[in-house]
Design a protein around this ligand. Structure first.
Ligand code: SAM
Ligand code: SF4
Length: 329
């Protein structure tokens, strides 16, 4: 799959549910209206769509959400998709999780060929963790990280940089990740969906975080890239990789290799744009999959050049109305 700007699409992110057992303040309002179950693709349908993408050259699949591990029977989907690892069609099957269910599932994930997971932890302070996630329990998440390590999974921690919340904790997070052998990526808040709070108050530019880190740690440049918005360096003192996801700058769109599928079968060609393609109708209308294939090709043919995210005082409204949990980040 090659888009109009010559970018080859090799990476599909699938939001398997919009539901979650946390209510992170930057991601969701406390009272959320979730999609009726009838609109959500079944696990078999998710497998069919993901497999169609693998057939078209996708080499990396990431399951996300909402919280992917709260979807009922999610392990049967992961087990099913692992057949593409066995044939060599797929290079990587991975997921982004809040870690709440990881203690339960880590060893099964490893059995199905999952080698790496991203776990979101914004703070190591249990009280702050509760305040950020509203419903989360840091202890359970840390148990999940320990179980994942024990199962042999490589773990990357994702932390959203939040002004006045975790900006004083950056060194602690780096030290902890260093001692646990985990990579760490900081993420800037993105203006997606209505939340109960004020985003301009939360927004902390990573240029400031990086400058602060550089006062204490030695950052060695690397040429490691995933085709996404993260820029990576290595912390010389710990040996671990550190990433900075700065979605509000445009400098990564030219290497974009990814598209995103929602749990209702909507394909978003760009995280920061509203255009999407309905894959559910062609999926259900034609069991042969030919209509689905044609719809995917047509959608890739209109992947936009880049996004239009801005957060400042004049642009306090979300750039896109959907929450991050719809397209999975
Ligand atoms: N529930 C899983 C988790 O939290 O890892 C997977 C889905 S979550 C939407 C994926 C990532 O997006 C998490 O690391 C989360 O912190 C991040 N995220 C959510 N809302 C965001 C926002 N408005 N801006 C930036 N990152 C956000
Ligand atoms: Fe749930 Fe992840 Fe959103 Fe937090 S960031 S509310 S864990 S989907």
């Amino acid at each position: 799959m090659i888009d109009p700007y010559g970018r080859t699409i090799t990476y599909l992110r699938v939001s398997v549910t919009d539901r979650c057992d946390f209510r992170c303040v930057y991601c969701m309002a406390e009272e959320m209206t979730f999609l009726p179950k009838s609109e959500v693709l079944t696990l078999e349908e998710l497998d069919r769509v993901a497999s169609a993408f693998v057939g078209k050259g996708v080499k990396k699949l990431r399951l996300t959400g909402g919280e992917p591990l709260v979807r009922k029977n999610i392990m049967s989907l992961i087990h099913g998709l692992s057949r593409h690892l066995a044939t060599g069609a797929l290079d990587e099957l991975t997921l982004t999780t809040n870690g709440s269910q990881l203690a339960k599932y880590a060893s099964e994930l490893a059995t199905y060929g999952v080698k790496r997971v991203n776990v979101s932890i914004d703070t190591l302070d249990p009280t702050k963790f509760k305040a950020i996630t509203r419903w989360g329990d840091l202890g359970k998440v840390l148990d999940g990280v320990a179980a994942a390590k024990k199962a042999g999974l490589t773990i990357k921690i994702n932390a959203v940089a939040l002004r006045g919340v975790n900006d004083e904790e950056v060194d602690d997070l780096i030290r902890w990740c260093g001692s646990e052998g985990l990579d760490l990526t900081f993420i800037e808040t993105m203006p997606m969906g209505d939340i109960d709070g004020d985003r301009t108050a939360q927004y902390l530019p990573l240029s400031l975080v990086r400058a602060k880190i550089a006062k204490t740690w030695t950052l060695a440049e690397t040429d490691y890239h995933t085709g996404g918005p993260a820029r990576y360096a290595r912390i010389v003192e710990t040996g671990q990789r550190i990433g900075f996801i700065t979605p509000l700058t445009h400098n990564f769109c030219e290497s974009c290799n990814r598209v995103r599928l929602t749990c209702t079968g909507n394909l978003y060609m760009c995280l920061g744009q509203n255009d999407s393609a309905d894959l559910r109708a062609p999926l259900r209308a034609d069991p042969s999959g030919r209509l689905l294939d044609a719809t995917i090709d047509e959608a890739i043919g209109r992947k936009p050049k880049g996004h239009d995210f801005i957060i400042d005082r004049r642009h306090a409204a979300p750039a896109v109305p959907r929450h991050m949990s719809v397209t999975g980040g």
